[in-house]
Design a protein around this ligand. Structure first.
Ligand code: FNR
Length: 353
């Protein structure tokens, strides 16, 4: 099967993954309106392409908190990569390194942070944290990640409780017995996804906990899950270094905005004081271009990375990234931009559709 675009990988994953794994990856909350809106919203944005602008030499590199990446796409944190491929997050880390992009490893990885960092030494890796009721668990994870050389700490802030994902409830989703949440082993007796699993997370977390995190680590803190100008302002005031506009791929509160729509007010509120990134619904190179035009410094992909892994592990994920990279470069050229610095708000408009 010729893999030409990201939806080819989606079709492959749907066909070949066990149903329970596919359903877990695909799930959105409730009737999935926000999950689907993340994708649909891109169709309402139109380019205002410029012509005759010498696009013979293209520069698609950019920087993420000072670190150079080969193009403005990274891998969003998602749990349980071994559900997609036996080597799990080690394959993800290797693919990200090969493509010279940033990989955000999830607290819920099925490989240890040590395995992830050793699989891709010297690459750009951030660690994603959920704050647990037992703060010592989170503290230990943060300090472990910093000691291992992870270069950023991503605090996911939109999951005080887990959204209601109907298919997971119907399937009674649990991790297969041979897979473990390896970073939490020893911290407490949780090796399976169970109904009580997420109740280990602390729903009482507030903005003050950013100061607590700050006291634990020198790493830059990036907050994930912001959708409003009010929270963007609070994030800046609490001293974070970056914001990821995200609705958790539509898996949390159903009925919220598409992330590409929320991006506009967040960027306006932040006024360049910190870097703003986005995830959710990125499926084409032109989506990346639209997000950058609206002010994102970089975007991250969640499900498409899992489809790539399901296709052929590290190689399959590289295929996904290469396709996205090629499509992004082509879209830029066709819109009249030869370098990322030429991308700006002038490049897009919202259609009335
Ligand atoms: C996620 N997401 C997520 N986020 C996070 O901070 N920690 C996590 O462990 C997970 N786990 C997870 C598992 C699966 C299967 C999915 C689909 C998503 C959310 C993720 O980081 C990201 O916000 C979305 O996946 C982005 O949307 P797309 O690219 O999947 O449309």
């Amino acid at each position: 099967m010729a893999m030409v675009c990201l939806s080819d990988f989606e079709a492959y994953a749907k066909k070949y993954l066990p149903k329970i794994a596919w359903d877990f990856f695909a799930a959105g909350a409730d009737d999935c309106s926000t999950r689907d809106e993340n994708i649909l919203a891109y169709k309402r944005i139109r380019f205002r392409p410029r012509i005759l602008r010498d696009v013979s030499v293209m520069d698609i590199r950019t920087k993420l908190l000072g670190a150079e990446i080969s193009f403005p796409v990274g891998i969003a944190p998602t749990g349980f990569h071994q559900l997609a491929w036996p080597d799990g997050e080690k394959s993800t880390a290797r693919a990200a390194k090969a493509m010279n992009i940033c990989y955000i490893a999830s607290t819920y990885s099925t490989c240890t942070l040590e395995e992830i960092s050793t699989a891709a030494p010297g690459s750009l890796q951030w660690f994603q944290l959920y704050i647990h009721r037992n703060r010592a668990v989170s503290q230990q994870l943060v300090q472990r990640a910093e000691a291992l050389g992870f270069q950023g700490l991503v605090l996911t802030a939109d999951l005080p409780y887990t959204g209601k994902r109907r298919d997971d409830v119907r399937n009674g989703f649990r991790l297969p017995p041979h897979m473990k949440l390896k970073n939490l082993e020893g911290a407490f007796e949780v090796c399976k996804m169970s109904p009580s699993f997420h109740s280990l997370l602390d729903p009482s977390v507030t903005w003050n906990d950013i100061y607590w995190l700050r006291s634990l680590t020198h790493l830059p803190i990036i907050i994930k899950g912001i959708l409003t100008k009010e929270d963007a302002e609070l994030a800046v005031r609490h001293g974070v270094q970056g914001i990821i506009v995200s609705n958790h791929g539509g898996r949390q509160l159903d009925g919220g905005p598409a992330t590409i729509d929320a991006l506009v007010e967040v960027v306006e509120a932040v006024q360049g004081r910190v870097e703003v990134y986005l995830d959710g619904g990125i499926r084409k190179g032109s989506d990346v271009l639209k997000a950058l035009a609206l002010g994102a410094k970089c975007v991250f992909i969640g499900r498409p990375a899992l489809w790539g892994l399901a296709y052929k592990g590290e190689e399959g994920l590289q295929d996904v990234l290469r396709i996205l990279q090629d499509e992004f470069r082509l879209s830029m050229a066709l819109a009249g931009c030869a370098s990322v610095s030429e991308i700006g708000r002038h490049l897009v408009e919202f259609s009335k559709l």
